[in-house]
Design a protein around this ligand. Structure first.
Ligand code: ADP
Length: 294
């Protein structure tokens, strides 16, 4: 624990680049970088005996897991097993829920996310979230993307940042001629990619996605999955999905959760997605991925 003393910063090797500190600028992906296999590095997140509560109800019990950088980790399991709860603790969104509290530890690049000197607003900038229902602000497409950087005091060239963020979210070509139009006038799939551009614009390290495709048609879903694949070169992605085909085709690692008789969710197994879907270690996982329950 880091009680007292100097303020804790969340600096990580990823975020220590000088240009990121002085004047945030989008890191440019080169063809070589895109082709590179993501390196094994220290974990982005490490959960140790993590438990989560809503009042006296224990929603998650003693979870130990790590999330590796530049991977897509899918959280699967029956409804109510606590997938969204885990996600919402990873960027301290659950701080905002009355009565929600946690036990154990969540380390982010080795720093205890819940140390009282850690700034929750900064945590949410570095660890962005995309929700089930696309939720663009009632503003223009441009302002949706520029809003976060403006609030963060971004001093660079805003037009370039907006364009780069929209390009990275694979929506630039569709919106470049109507940047002043309302974000809410786009299709559902476009709105979700706009929300991803909005998340990218504040230079995050991690993007959390809570069932980002559940309100989208199959074509829009495929676009988001292709986009996730591109994004993992630069970001770590954690996605909650009810769609097992999506977890199987779009993620690198899969964590399967279920709940006990006390309704507390717990992790059954985590491993490479191919292993979880074709050769799981636990019978419960096998039963779930083969559709025998859930
Ligand atoms: P999942 O994402 O796997 O469907 P959730 O994380 O949404 O599961 O929910 C896990 C458990 O926590 C459920 O029993 C749910 O009813 C409960 N829960 C979720 N959010 C709240 C909340 N804001 N207040 C009280 N209980 C909640």
């Amino acid at each position: 624990m880091n009680e007292g003393g100097d303020p804790v910063t969340l600096e990580s090797p990823v975020l220590l680049e000088p240009e990121t500190k002085a004047s945030p600028s989008i890191r440019v992906t080169t063809a070589a970088a895109s082709a590179a296999t993501p390196a094994e590095g220290p974990p982005v997140f490490e959960l140790k005996k993590f438990s989560a509560y809503y009042g006296s109800f224990r929603a998650i019990k003693d979870m130990d897991m790590v999330i590796q950088p530049n991977r897509i980790t899918a959280l699967i399991g029956p409804s109510g097993s606590g997938k969204s709860t885990v996600l919402r603790w990873l960027n301290r969104m659950n701080d905002l829920v009355p009565g929600a509290h946690m036990g154990g530890e969540v380390l982010y690049h080795g720093v205890n996310l819940f140390d009282k000197r850690v700034d929750a607003v900064e945590v949410r900038r570095r660890i962005g979230m995309v929700f089930q229902k696309p939720n663009p602000f009632p503003k223009s497409i441009y302002d949706n993307v520029a809003f976060g950087p403006r609030v963060a005091g971004y001093k660079g060239k805003m037009n370039e940042l907006v364009e780069e963020s929209l390009r990275r979210a694979a929506i630039w070509d569709e919106v470049k001629d109507k940047l002043k139009s309302p974000g809410t006038a786009l299709s559902g799939g476009q709105q979700q990619r706009l929300c991803i551009a909005r998340a990218i614009a504040v230079q995050p390290d991690v993007i959390l996605m809570d069932e980002p495709c559940s309100a989208l048609d199959p074509v829009a879903t495929l676009k988001i999955e292709q986009l996730m694949f591109e994004l993992k070169q630069n970001y770590t992605i954690v996605i909650v999905t009810h769609n097992m085909q999506q977890a199987a085709r779009a993620s690198d690692e899969t964590m399967f959760m279920t709940m006990g008789e006390d309704r507390a969710g717990y992790m059954v197994e985590i491993g490479s997605t191919s292993e979880i879907f074709t050769n799981p270690k636990r019978q419960l996982t096998e039963d779930y991925v083969s559709g025998r329950f859930g």
